[in-house]
Write a protein that binds this ligand. Structure first.
Ligand code: SDX
Length: 436
């Protein structure tokens, strides 16, 4: 980051000493005001619950321009990556900062494919869950449990350990997600097959059975791979910030990623794709397109607590570029699966059209986000609604790892420890219980 020649001056109307704050410029995007010395010099904290105006770090990984609706991984626009690369190339890029050449791609693909199996003991964790456990409950447990098996890659300060655990996590997440799915439907686990591509391997572990050969459908595999690319990283979102804060204590990479899985589960974040599809199904059940007006009316009524799931974003105040690509993928998959008349897709497009013409959404700059269409694509591929967020976690694992490694590799990093504005009882003495 580059020191700006512009300074910020903080002054107080009560005559307290003013303070000069340095500004830093990034390569693109907003400048930052360095407040690291603020408390030491003024005895005051900044106040920014939800971190609407706070940069927690400097990063070279992902850039988002919310006003223009732009997303770039290591400088490459998401639409170019999603149409010209595969997910493992994107993983290589996020982890190492450059796209691989043919030999590097071959070696990386081989390295990942030879780490896809999990320890046989992992299946006994699954047996402890009810069959109807939510897959994200299972994934939170399984990912954390990985730290019990790989003691040769749990030292987050050791770059070799970080590299090994990164490959293990990227390689094993598809196996674990497929195991969580199979456990829920009472089918046997399908072992990974290294001759298949990353996404074809995942599809086979999900939908194959020991009873017959599984022939991956190339259009669906490509769509799955694109879904992974679109979800791979997204700057300092809630789950990534969770992983950074968790990892800043020096805990092992598996535990830090498990914290990210837990955070992603929430409906305001990665759980929105499941919530968005459930919302579309409910509107469909209650009358479909004809009932959209009534639903929108409900959303606009503050007391209803109803949100248009898959719409709105903390950063994007324009169309989420991933939503555009996801909608295109929807068309491809629905054509390939003969579901081109899928009523939910038609309902989603009608809902989007109406919302984007309604002042409530326009005035609040609420546009479809990545979760609005991803559920329809995944449903058409055959993925159950309850597994959508686990698929999101599978894809986001590489982003979490890249961000965690960037933090740990920064010589300036410290354990994250925010402060507060205390508004509780200042001081009182305990009374004996007979006097309370
Ligand atoms: C992801 O951060 C990331 O990068 C996340 C993510 C990633 O890749 O990691 O992009 C993935 O999490 C995408 C977002 C998925 N969530 C949803 O689709 C859930 C529905 N969306 C909302 O909950 C909401 O839009 C958030 C949480 C996404 C953003 O909320 P903000 O930035 O805190 O904005 P806000 O809640 O203050 O909303 C501003 C206004 C409010 O109205 P007013 O109080 O001003 O009258 O917009 C309204 C909100 O009520 N609003 C919505 C709405 N989202 C915001 N109203 C109806 N439907 C919605 N979806």
């Amino acid at each position: 980051m580059i020191a700006s020649d512009v300074k910020a001056t903080l002054s107080f109307s009560d005559g307290s000493p003013s303070m000069e704050l340095p500004l830093y410029k990034g390569t693109i995007g907003p400048d930052v005001i360095d407040i690291r010395k603020l408390y030491a010099q003024t005895g005051k904290f900044t106040y920014d619950p939800g971190f609407l105006s706070t940069a927690s770090c400097n990063s070279t990984i992902t850039y988002i321009d919310g006003d223009k609706g732009e997303l770039r991984y290591r400088g490459y626009p998401i639409d170019q990556l999603a149409t010209q690369c595969d997910f493992l190339e994107t993983c290589y890029l996020l982890l190492k900062g450059e796209l691989p050449n043919p030999q590097q791609k071959k070696d990386f693909d081989r390295l990942v494919s030879t780490h896809t199996m999990v320890n046989e003991q992992m299946q006994f964790f699954l047996r402890g869950f009810r069959r109807d456990a939510h897959p994200m409950a299972v994934m939170t447990g399984l990912v954390g449990a990985l730290s019990a098996f790989y003691h040769d890659s749990t030292d987050i300060t050791n770059p070799v350990h970080r590299d090994i655990s990164a490959i293990r996590l990227i390689a094993k997440m598809p196996t674990l997600v497929a195991m969580a799915y199979k456990y829920g439907i009472g089918q046997p686990y399908i072992y990974p097959q290294n001759k298949l591509s990353y996404s074809a391997n995942f599809m086979r572990m999900m939908f194959g059975t020991p009873c017959e050969d599984y022939e991956p459908n190339d259009v669906l595999v490509r769509a799955m791979d694109r879904i992974f690319i679109l979800h791979a990283d997204h700057e300092q979102n809630a789950s990534t910030s969770t992983v950074r804060l968790c990892g800043s204590s020096g805990t092992n990479p598996f535990a830090a990623i498990a914290a990210g899985v837990a955070c992603l589960w929430g409906p305001a974040h990665g759980g929105a794709n499941e919530a968005a599809l459930n919302m579309l199904e409910e509107i469909q059940r209650n009358g479909g397109v004809e009932k959209i007006g009534e639903f929108i009316k409900n959303v606009k009524d503050k007391n209803s607590n109803v949100k248009l799931m898959g719409f709105g974003h903390r950063v994007y105040k324009n169309y989420d570029p991933r939503a555009k690509l996801m909608r295109e993928t929807c068309h491809e998959v629905l054509q390939a699966t003969g579901l081109h008349d899928d009523p939910l897709f038609k309902l989603a497009m009608a809902l989007e059209k109406i919302a984007l013409e309604d002042d409530y959404f326009v005035s609040r700059k609420l546009y479809p986000n990545v979760d609005f269409y991803s559920g329809i694509v995944q449903r058409a591929i055959g993925i159950p609604v309850s597994l959508f967020t686990a698929v999101f976690a599978l894809a986001r694992t590489v982003g979490w790892i890249a961000q965690l490694n960037e933090m740990i590799g920064d010589p300036e990093y410290k354990i994250g420890r925010p402060r507060q504005l205390f508004v509780g009882a200042p001081h009182r003495d305990v009374l004996p219980i007979t006097q309370r």
